[in-house]
Design a protein around this ligand. Structure first.
Ligand code: GLU
Length: 379
């Protein structure tokens, strides 16, 4: 790729469609005051409001619950046990959510709190529910503010750092950009605090073992992230078709600064988001049922359309909403695979019916499609 082509491809936050921004504890919390950095949060909220007005959907992933409660609970030793972290999170999260709610509402925005665990991003049903809630909130103009549900996440199922959580969230909502605000303005060839010859890397075209090696050791002190978890996040995000940036958060109006071209490191997506999702549907999920469609529906699917209940002639197997199912044509040949928007029982009840009849049959209004085309891959 020529230098010009590389430059042209650099993402711009101002052009994001759906943007996830992650802010670490070291930014959000002033450890001396054991309080949030109110003035700085207000600037971030102002930046978010300005960007949202231009049509960008924004989700915040904010750390800081544990750091906020340490002093109150007298837990000031550098390393906390898991139970102590959970207790601190239980106390601090109230304050963190309140700080965000106040900061955002001062700029006319409504904050919505979501506490997620790793399971919520991996179990299909919970994943779909979390995704549906997030997209509904965005549709309502709210700013979701997410943290890990530290109080219930045990060691084995804990992210432990919000870098990876933010990347999973970006993947889940098919964000096109993720920005990890940090105490450093990007990735360097070596740790610039120790090595004066370290060079800033503006663009990482693809994750390699060489790039992974630049992660180094996790930093001491309160924060659990460091460069290593950011690079893991980069693998998750870019593999899901989302561009990711590491940018400096320790400055006034950090989001605006980025919009105005502040230096950062961009990790380029390896594939576009849609194909990442389709690959996941086609390859990683074992179908739990089979949906037989009529010839008309099979033709519609081949033409890139969604599968409507009206075109379904049979439903076999037991599956839940969000499970993968095989779609076969009238001759019994598999034509597609997708995620069902209804469980097998409801699918049987609505098959052969027009979508307008779904509410009368089930007593609630679900999706018009049995399998939406975004959740469908032809085989
Ligand atoms: N969830 C933790 C908190 O809010 C922070 C995890 C991290 O440091 O990324 O305190």
């Amino acid at each position: 790729m020529s230098a010009a082509a590389t430059l042209a491809a650099v993402p711009s936050v101002a052009k994001a469609r759906r943007l996830v921004i992650k802010l670490g504890s070291a930014l959000v919390v002033d450890p001396d005051a054991a309080a949030t950095r109110t003035g700085w949060l207000d600037e971030v909220a102002e930046d978010i409001a300005a960007l949202q007005r231009t049509g960008v959907e924004i989700i915040v992933v904010s750390s800081g619950a544990i750091a906020l409660a340490r002093r109150t609970l007298n837990l000031t030793q550098p390393r906390l046990r898991l139970e102590e972290k959970q207790a601190a999170a239980a106390v601090g999260q109230i304050r963190l959510a309140q700080a965000w709610s106040e900061a955002l509402s001062a700029h006319g925005l409504t904050a919505a709190q979501l506490l997620l665990t790793m399971e919520d991003t991996e179990d299909r049903r919970r994943y779909l529910n979390a995704r549906a809630t997030l997209t509904t909130l965005l549709g309502l103009g709210c700013v979701p503010v997410i943290n890990e549900n530290d109080t219930v996440a045990t060691a084995e199922i804990r992210f432990g750092d919000n870098d990876r959580l933010a990347a999973r969230v970006a993947e889940m909502v098919q964000a096109d950009q993720l920005v990890l605000f940090s105490d450093i303005d990007g990735l360097y060839t070596a740790d610039p605090r120790r090595d004066p010859a370290a060079q800033h890397i503006p663009i990482v075209a693809g994750m390699t073992t060489e790039i992974d090696a630049m992660g180094g050791e996790p930093p001491p002190g309160y924060s659990s992230g460091g460069m290593r978890t950011k690079l893991v996040a980069a693998r998750i995000a870019t593999g899901a078709g989302c561009a990711m940036a590491i940018a400096l958060g320790h400055r006034p109006h950090p989001v605006r600064a980025l919009v105005e071209g502040a230096r950062c490191t961009w990790f380029m997506p390896t594939i576009d988001g849609r194909s990442a999702r389709k690959r996941w549907i086609a390859g990683s999920l074992s179908p739990l049922g089979t949906v037989t469609v009529d010839a008309g529906a099979a033709r519609a699917l081949a033409g890139g359309r969604s599968l409507l209940p009206a075109g379904v002639a049979g439903v076999a197997g037991e599956f839940s909403r969000g499970d993968a199912v095989r779609v076969q044509g009238p001759g019994g040949l598999e034509v597609a695979r997708g995620l069902s928007a209804y469980n097998s029982e409801d699918a049987r009840r609505i098959m052969g019916h027009r979508s307008e009849e779904i509410e009368a049959i089930l007593g609630w209004r679900g999706r018009d499609e049995l399998i939406h085309r975004d959740d469908l891959v032809l085989v």
